[in-house]
Design a protein around this ligand. Structure first.
Ligand code: SF4
Ligand code: SF4
Length: 192
């Protein structure tokens, strides 16, 4: 019974609050490091290994916020992938690197622009063109399994708690309460 109700839950997503984001890029750096060899910034830079964040801080019209994969239910990226590398799994959308041919179709159809297919870099630091595979937020699955962290690296790193993992039941509850407060205020002096 517990397993059944677990399977019916909506997947967890990362939620970003633009009012709290100060554009420091800590989440982007933490994301890149958690996905880099050795999970260490200085070793990765010293070895000239690529740092590829899957979380992108965007500034537009005076607002700054991090954007990352929404783990869509009916994900267009999975629909267009010709090799099945990009696929739905339990609670998230994942890209299996060894099946990816770097065709970029997934990056072209993602409505949020959060898939990158950048060239890999050889051990001697030389950029290898046409050796890129698609990368996007994987909710730090491997890093969390390795480190035992409960939250993703971006969430852990944010100094203002502008980014967090959200259970949609909690999000909806907060949204309903916010609207109810506004309605109460708006109708306070109405007597029908
Ligand atoms: S990569 Fe884009 S289209 Fe695919 S699941 Fe994430 S947000 Fe949705
Ligand atoms: S770039 Fe890779 S994951 Fe994306 S559609 Fe092409 S083969 Fe699939």
């Amino acid at each position: 019974m517990a397993a059944e109700s677990q399977a019916r839950r909506e997947n967890v997503i990362i939620y970003a609050d633009p009012d709290r984001c100060m554009g420091c890029h800590s989440c982007e750096i933490a994301c890149a490091v958690s996905h880099a060899e050795g999970h260490d910034l200085f070793s990765a830079v010293a070895a000239r290994l690529p740092l590829q964040p899957r979380n992108h801080v965007v500034s537009v019209d005076g607002v700054t916020m991090p954007l990352q994969c929404r783990q869509c239910e009916d994900a267009p990226c999975t629909a267009v992938c010709p090799t099945g590398a990009c696929r739905q799994t339990d609670g998230m959308v994942e890209i299996i690197g060894q099946h990816c041919i770097g065709c970029k179709l997934c990056a072209m159809v993602c409505p949020f622009g959060v898939i990158t297919v950048k060239a890999e870099v050889a051990a001697d630091g030389t950029a290898l063109t046409n050796h890129g595979i698609a990368k996007k937020c994987d909710l730090c699955t491997d890093w969390r399994a390795e480190t035992g962290a409960e939250e993703t690296a971006c969430v852990q790193s944010c100094p203002t708690k502008a980014i967090q993992l959200v259970d949609l039941d909690e999000y909806r509850k907060a949204l309903r309460e916010a609207r109810a407060r506004e309605l109460v205020e708006a109708t306070r002096h109405i007597r029908l």
